[in-house]
Design a protein around this ligand. Structure first.
Ligand code: FEO
Length: 171
């Protein structure tokens, strides 16, 4: 059985992961409007990943006999100056999420909830990867500074494999 404090904190994290998904989908839409389909595709897959994170926590709470309370999802920003500003914002957002995960681990330790601490270690590792991938793209964008380099990078970003696929519109 989940301790109520841990249960509530995990529900809040479900909301934070859903917000991350919403934010990245908003970034994807903005990248698409900036005629960067590869970057938009990469960011849409990032939105899928965040949805997966939310469901992973949701399922864990239910598995432990707890209940999830879903709350309002904050409205995300809808436009940014350029792709560099978008990926800088994504990186900054990931560092914020890392802080949230660390606080959850602190709470699980404080409440002697070893199972939740163990569960959260997957997220601790995931955050290292999430920060690194956003930062790598920030560095690449800073290097190419637009032009044909940006076009090449956009092509590369378009090759990211999706987590899951939807039927095409009309299918
Ligand atoms: Fe769910 Fe990108 O952290």
């Amino acid at each position: 059985m989940l301790n109520k404090k841990v249960e509530k904190a995990l529900s809040l994290q479900v909301n934070a992961e859903l917000y991350s998904s919403y934010l990245y989908l908003s970034m994807s839409a903005d990248l698409d409007s900036k005629s960067l389909p590869g970057f938009a595709h990469w960011m849409k897959i990032q939105a899928q990943e965040e949805l997966y994170h939310a469901i992973k926590i949701y399922d864990y709470v239910l598995e432990r006999g707890g209940s999830v309370t879903l709350d309002t999802i904050e409205k995300p920003q809808t436009s940014w100056k350029d792709p560099l500003a978008i990926f800088k914002a994504a990186y900054k957002h990931e560092t914020k999420v890392t802080g949230m995960i660390n606080k959850l681990v602190d709470l699980a330790i404080k409440e002697k909830d070893h199972a939740t601490n163990n569960f959260l270690q997957w997220f601790v590792e995931e955050q290292v990867e999430e920060e690194a991938s956003a930062d790598e793209i920030v560095q690449q964008l800073a290097l190419v500074k637009g032009g044909s380099g940006l076009f090449m990078l956009d092509k590369e970003m378009g090759a990211r494999a999706p987590l899951f696929t939807f039927p095409a519109p009309g299918d």
